[in-house]
Design a protein around this ligand. Structure first.
Ligand SMILES: Cc1cc2nc3c(=O)[nH]c(=O)nc-3n(C[C@H](O)[C@H](O)[C@H](O)COP(=O)(O)O)c2cc1C
Length: 192
């Protein structure tokens, strides 16, 4: 069974993007092994941490986290990001994650492979009226820059309804469900 790794760009407990990911998980779970990337303990990018000779017991735990996250990316056949839009861009926690993934795993030579390069990835998002369009445009640009293989068409952006903002409830319309299903089917073909 192929493995799709979900990345949710919000750590909020009641995140609508996590709820959107759960909907997609339901659609795919009989055909794919779905897991969620846990990257809450990833340190902020700091080049001191990259250099082997600077490994100490103080930063050991942080480095274990970097290595685990990279390994989860490498093991996945496909990656699907579900992200909110923050100030017409993507959240900083995703920038930090992809900055780590963009670096060679062995920094002794910058031609060495990164965990991100060539990995197949797509993006969806739930947010306000802009349907996360600016966020996805900028995130797609970053993902291509770090040599990921990005499926940009189709990518679904969900405009959250009033019941989400007022009552915290997350519902998708029939049309949104069929758009998400189309992205799921196209992504399944993309990672064949
Ligand atoms: C710092 C910040 C900036 C935001 N900027 C935007 C924005 O530019 N466009 C938008 O549609 N929503 C924006 N929002 C609202 C988010 O879309 C909304 O909080 C959404 O529910 C977050 O996703 P989550 O439920 O998965 O955490 C912003 C929220 C925050 C916290």
């Amino acid at each position: 069974m192929k493995h799709i790794l979900f990345i949710v760009g919000s750590f909020r407990k009641e995140s609508f993007n996590r709820k959107l990911a759960k909907v997609v998980e339901e659609m795919l779970k009989d055909r794919y092994h779905i897991t969620y990337l846990d990257f809450k303990d990833l340190p902020y990018m700091n080049q001191d941490l990259e250099i082997n000779s600077q490994r100490t017991t103080d930063n050991g735990q942080q480095l274990i986290s970097v290595e685990r996250v990279r390994q989860e990316i490498i093991n996945a056949n496909g990656i699907w990001v579900f992200t909110p839009e923050y100030n017409r861009s993507y959240p900083g926690l995703l920038k930090n994650l992809f900055d780590w993934l963009s670096r060679p795993m062995d920094v002794s030579n910058f031609a060495n492979p990164t965990a991100a390069q060539g990995k197949k990835i797509t993006v969806s998002g739930a947010g306000g009226k802009n349907k996360t369009a600016s966020c996805r445009e900028k995130l797609n640009e970053l993902l291509k820059y770090i040599k990921m293989n990005v499926m940009t068409e189709p990518q679904v952006g969900i405009e959250l309804g009033m019941e989400a903002w007022v009552k915290g409830e997350f519902h998708l319309t029939e049309e949104q469900l069929s758009q998400i299903k189309e992205q799921a089917d196209k992504f399944a073909e993309f990672i064949l």
